[in-house]
Design a protein around this ligand. Structure first.
Ligand code: NAD
Ligand code: IPM
Ligand code: MN
Length: 347
């Protein structure tokens, strides 16, 4: 059980530290943790946000625990040197194309979300976000038009095999859940989305038990706030999934609660909170580490087939929340370390 730990920037190291303490507290056979540099931290040390030695560590491990990357001081670097390229590069290099982002309301938090409690109470959904394609990885650039105006461009595209493989992930997830899949696109405007919808419909024939629906992304954003309980599994492209998952986080109370797993065809995976480096609170011990701790649970489940240990972690987090352990993100005053301690006590 060799785990690459890439803590990164801002609150990344703070939240990762707590997740590592949780992993170490479990009796995991052969647990080995190997640290590597990513993001602005790696750029400062090695001149690159994802140095080759970090990729080597990733390839030598069974899974990656990732904190966060991003540093405003790097916002003017050439794009390939920016911290965010570390996470984008890992996802792409390691063909981690399927990002699972579960969102459910924890007991005791019903009154603390951005929704009315009776609406929040109904949320139990999974966003399956494609990670290797879309406008993220198309041709992009800045150019000057003949009349002298500057233009920025990013090509949005999906190839059918990319849509097919993520569709299967969505359908399989729905089969293991309440058998409802909602594919979110913008097929009324985008050819990329028309192909997406066509391929999802083809794949649907292999899953007759799954109730499939399609929704435009603008409506999906609205429905997630109006009636989130209607969703079981959502499958969507890279950029729509990015945006909808931050939205879903506030429906359950805080972005500090949303974990994720990025998977490919095998058991190897990268596990990270959906939030970023939170420069506004970095270094203050204020970040909520629960999203990262829950990501470690997803790692035990998906990469190491240790469902019971994953449940232990999830139950400990749920218990801590039910007992009123809350960080500033949830209106409480527990710090990062204190939240980590509270979860450990309940393990
Ligand atoms: P962010 O997620 O870092 O922060 C948004 C807001 O949520 C901030 O107010 C922050 O304080 C709060 N927040 C985030 N995580 C929290 C936690 N665990 N506990 C309490 N509060 C938390 O998003 P941003 O401000 O748009 O981006 C900051 C940097 O992070 C940027 O450089 C961005 O590119 C990067 N980023 C990285 C990742 C990643 O590494 N996967 C994800 C998102 C953003
Ligand atoms: C996320 C982040 C990343 C994304 C950024 C940092 C590249 O927002 O993981 O949600 O857009 O995928
Ligand atoms: Mn995001």
């Amino acid at each position: 059980m060799r785990i690459a730990v890439f803590a990164g920037d801002g609150i990344g190291p703070e939240v990762t530290h707590e997740a590592v303490r949780v992993l170490e507290a479990l009796d995991l056979p052969g647990l080995e943790l190997v640290e590597g540099d990513v993001g602005a931290a790696a750029w400062r040390k090695h001149g690159h946000p994802l140095p080759p030695e970090t990729l080597d560590i990733a390839r030598s491990a069974g899974a990656i625990l990732f904190g966060a990357v991003g540093d405003f001081e790097c916002d003017n670097l050439e794009r390939h040197l920016r911290p965010e390229q570390a996470i984008l590069g890992l996802r792409k290099e390691l063909t981690l194309f399927a990002n699972l982002r579960p969102a459910r309301v924890f007991e005791g938090l019903e009154d603390l979300t951005s929704l009315k409690p009776e609406v929040a109470r109904t949320i139990d959904l999974l966003i399956v976000r494609e990670l290797n394609g879309d406008v993220y990885f198309g041709e992009k650039g800045m150019r000057t038009l003949p009349d002298g105006r500057r233009e920025g461009y990013d090509l949005m595209s999906y190839a059918e095999d990319e849509v097919r493989r993520i569709s299967h992930v969505g359908f399989r997830a729905a089969m293991g859940s309440r058998k409802k899949l909602c594919s979110v696109d913008k097929a009324n405007v985008l050819e990329t989305s028309q192909l997406w919808r066509d391929v999802v419909l083809e794949v649907a024939k292999e899953y007759p038990e799954v109730e499939l629906s399609h929704m435009y992304v603008d409506n999906a954003a609205m429905q997630l706030v109006k009636n989130p309980g209607q969703f079981d599994v959502i499958v969507t492209g890279n950029i729509f999934g990015d945006i909808l998952s931050d939205l879903a986080s506030m429906c359950v109370g805080s972005i500090g609660l949303l974990a994720s797993a990025s998977l490919g065809e095998g058991t190897f995976g990268l596990y990270e909170p959906i939030h970023g480096s939170a420069p506004d609170i970095a270094g203050k011990g204020l970040a909520n580490p629960m999203a990262t701790i829950l990501s470690a649970a997803m790692m035990l489940r998906h990469s190491f087939a240790r469902e019971a240990d994953a449940r232990r972690i999830e139950d400990a987090v749920a218990k801590a929340l039910a007992d009123g352990v809350k960080g500033g993100d949830l209106g409480g005053n527990a710090g990062t370390r204190e939240i980590g301690d509270a979860v450990l006590e309940r393990l």
